[in-house]
Design a binder for this molecule. Structure first.
Ligand SMILES: Cc1cc2nc3c(=O)[nH]c(=O)nc-3n(C[C@H](O)[C@H](O)[C@H](O)COP(=O)(O)OP(=O)(O)OC[C@H]3O[C@@H](n4cnc5c(N)ncnc54)[C@H](O)[C@@H]3O)c2cc1C
Length: 428
């Protein structure tokens, strides 16, 4: 059986962060990186917009500004981002402040989906040059911590230390693993909301600030704006019993592609269960399945004009004079208010009205609301140290373990785990 100093499951930014940090600090160490897809997935592959300002992407229960900034400087060193300029911010900030809304000003870079693919290729090449062994299309299945063995669909490996970073899609894998290994966890937080799609003319702020982060009352926020060459997409998820449901998402291409003049972004409300402590995963599945029921197996789309009039959208509402742009994700026209829980809808509708006062135009009748957009990152394992060690020599990191909510924080989680492995002497 092959043995490695470090085995990493998942080649998203968390796994890559760990691979880069370990190979930099210990070039003689042996590293195996296992990825179940042909390429890395997640944020690096989709849009690749990176945020370099705390607390964007950093769950505050694990990070403070000082530590996040220290890790971010190493992320910048490896990724060499080109930061985007921002303009005219004071206008939006002033309007927002008057309404009790906060506009966070964040350092951002944007590569686009095509640029992200190039970056992944470059990062993989750099890792190979550093001697990291990379196994694509191999899926991790089980961990035997007492013998320090990882089983995959293609083999078994002995490890000195193991970093598991399977991302949001690996949420269920991570939960199953934690149950088997008796690692206590809760997953009581999730984000639910809609994605809006409109024209650049109706949301021109993106010309000044590509991905503006507005924080509204009732824990509602704007999230993941994509502009100029932007598309809404659907992502498939499976419930614990194998039933499919979709969450919408968005991405954009780099400036190399032709503009389609559209912008999309999510408005998400954070839901936190307290007493009784419910599972965010189960709640997400219920929400997803209910939307599938009403959307005939697809997400639902509705024009703001119809929503305001309290009527469903039909195919006819997606063509014609008033509705002058086509949806980039042609899903099921319908009535999202039949599916979305009242409290979530109230918070989001209020945020939409506030946003329309700050950036007039976004509530144009043609604007499309897509539902559901669900973000699961509430897996909170019980860690035995601040480096995300869950059992001796086993580290759980990234969006699947709730230590991040974005590319840069995921990468930072990888560095932090490696610091734990190497500097605190637990790797020996
Ligand atoms: C469509 C989309 C767009 C996004 N856009 C952005 C963005 O622009 N900016 C941003 O900051 N964030 C974005 N995000 C969020 C971002 O993807 C995540 O925060 C980040 O990728 C998390 O990193 P991760 O390494 O934890 O997980 P991931 O990037 O999801 O990587 C996990 C990897 O593990 C692999 N894996 C899972 N299970 C196994 C297994 N059992 N065996 C082997 N491999 C496995 C997966 O295939 C995957 O490649 C986006 C997410 C999506 C889905």
């Amino acid at each position: 059986m092959e043995k490695f100093d470090l085995v990493i499951v998942g080649s998203g930014p968390a796994g890559l962060g760990a691979a880069f940090a370990y190979s930099k600090r210990r070039p003689e160490g042996s590293i195996l990186l296992i990825e179940k897809e042909r390429y890395s997935t997640g944020g690096l592959r989709n849009d690749c917009k990176m945020n370099f300002t705390y607390p964007i992407g950093f769950p505050e229960e694990y990070w403070d500004e000082g530590s996040a900034n220290r890790y971010l400087s190493e992320v910048i060193e490896e990724l060499q981002p080109r930061f985007m300029e921002k303009r005219n911010l004071s206008i939006y900030e002033k309007r927002a402040e008057k309404l009790g809304v906060k506009l966070l000003v964040v350092r951002q870079s944007h590569l686009g989906t095509d640029g992200g693919l190039e970056l992944i290729k470059e990062l993989m090449d750099r890792l190979k040059k550093r001697g990291v062994e990379i196994h694509l299309e191999e899926t991790a299945r089980e961990v035997h911590p007492e013998d320090r063995i990882l089983l995959t669909d293609r083999g078994r490996y002995r490890y000195q230390d193991l970093v598991i970073a399977p991302g949001r899609r690996g949420f269920a894998f991570m939960q199953e693993l934690m149950r088997k290994l008796k690692i206590p966890f809760i997953d009581h937080i999730l984000d639910i909301g809609i994605r809006l799609e409109t024209t650049i003319e109706q949301y021109p702020i993106v010309k000044d600030y590509y991905d503006p982060k507005f924080l509204f009352p009732d824990r509602v926020r704007t999230f993941c704006t994509n502009a100029f060459r932007a598309y809404v997409v659907q992502e498939k998820y499976l419930t614990g019993s194998g039933e499919p449901y979709y969450s919408v998402n968005g991405h954009a291409y780099s400036a190399k592609r032709q503009e389609n003049g559209l912008v999309n972004f999510a408005l998400l409300k954070t839901v936190m269960f307290t007493e009784p402590l419910a599972s965010g995963q189960k709640y997400a599945e219920m929400i997803g399945l209910q939307a599938m029921l009403l959307g005939g197996g697809r997400p639902i789309m509705q024009r703001v004009g119809d929503f305001r009039l309290g009527k469903r959208s039909t195919e006819g509402n997606f063509t014609g004079d008033l509705y002058f742009f086509e949806p980039t994700l042609h899903c099921t026209p319908g009535d999202i208010s039949l599916s979305i829980p009242a409290k979530i809808l109230r918070g989001i509708w209020k945020a939409m009205k506030l946003l329309d006062t700050i950036v007039p135009g976004v509530l144009h009748p043609s604007t499309i609301m897509y539902y559901p957009e669900i973000k699961l990152y509430g897996n909170k394992p019980t860690f035995i140290d601040r480096h995300f060690q869950a059992l001796p020599h086993l580290y759980l990191i990234g969006d699947g373990a709730g230590t991040s909510r974005g590319i840069t924080a995921a990468w930072a989680s990888g560095i932090r785990a490696v610091e734990g492995i190497l500097t605190e002497g637990k790797g020996g």
